[in-house]
Design a binder for this molecule. Structure first.
Ligand code: ADP
Length: 278
């Protein structure tokens, strides 16, 4: 390759000189984590961060030690949803995550920037490097489960995360109006290539409950969740309605008060997923 940096860990090419060694990076020596679950989507704005937050809230409510790694470097939204404004503190050889009201540990670009609205205008390789540092340099302490809010798509940055962080599995988030079939196919293909199990599919904004008659209206078209479950042999699917109260909770930084019942099955599947070595 003409512009090869000889660093396979930040490169998505499967060229002839790729080293056949594992690209998995160990976490900070102050981190002991049992399960790492990535939450991915085909495009932005489908509610990936919301689903990540709900899964973490559910895990925490069960008394588990939980962390969220916000790998959406250019569009971080996790600290805001949890109402956390503290900045990450540095240690001699790493840095500490910030903590939510219920005790969920969070790391996000927003916890490092001077101002929340500072833009991150970086090249892909730098973004991938920063994301990896959230894994290698953050002192997570003991965690039962770490959720990764992935950047959308199947580009270079998500690929680097998938290749460098040992994952128990991935949860895919879509909406009915997405090119769902294509996105699920791509996500499944990527997960298969990298030997990461798909634990479930969440169809967010699946329907709206009429406030007057209680009827479910499929605003963005008919749900594809069950058909996809069968077609792709997915362990489980979940449907989350469009709910204006959600937007309010997220905007007010109160996502910890949201109802997580729609994700009960997906969460159970996560708890059955393989544990990792670190
Ligand atoms: P992504 O991480 O995929 O970019 P977000 O989780 O940030 O998407 O969600 C995008 C916006 O949609 C946020 O303002 C969020 O509060 C809102 N949202 C997400 N899911 C729902 C839902 N089920 N009902 C209403 N609003 C939602």
């Amino acid at each position: 390759m003409a512009n090869c940096t000889h660093d396979c860990s930040t490169c998505g090419e499967s060229c002839g000189s790729r080293k056949n060694t594992s690209l998995i990076k160990p976490p900070h020596r102050g981190t002991k984590v049992k399960r790492v679950v990535a939450v991915a989507s085909g495009k932005g704005g489908v509610g990936k961060s919301y689903v990540t937050s709900l899964l973490a809230v559910r895990a925490r409510a069960m008394g588990l030690k939980v962390g969220i790694l916000d790998a959406d470097i250019t569009g971080p939204s996790i600290p805001k949803a949890f109402g956390v404004t503290a900045r990450a503190e540095g240690a001699e050889d790493g840095f500490y995550p910030v903590t939510s009201k219920s005790g969920i540990k969070l790391i996000s670009m927003n916890a490092l920037l001077e101002h929340d609205d500072d833009p991150v205008v970086w090249r892909g390789s730098l973004i991938a490097g920063a994301t990896l540092q959230f894994w290698t340099d953050v002192i997570w302490d003991e965690l039962d489960i770490l959720f990764i809010d992935m950047p959308p798509g199947t580009g270079d940055v998500p690929l680097t995360v998938f290749q460098s962080i040992p994952l128990s599995g991935v949860v895919v988030v879509t909406t009915p109006q997405d090119l769902v079939e294509l996105i699920v196919k791509k996500a499944m293909g990527m997960a298969k290539m990298l030997d990461v199990p798909v634990l479930g599919l969440v169809e967010n904004m699946s329907y709206l409950v009429c406030p007057d008659c209680g009827k479910e209206i499929e605003v963005f078209g008919k749900s594809k969740a069950e058909a996809l479950k069968t077609a792709y042999h997915l362990p489980c699917v979940a449907r989350i309605p469009i709910d204006p109260a959600v937007t309010e909770l997220v905007n007010a930084g109160h996502v910890e008060e949201a109802d997580t019942d729609a994700l009960a099955e997906v969460f159970a599947e996560i708890m059955r997923a393989r544990t990792i070595r670190f």
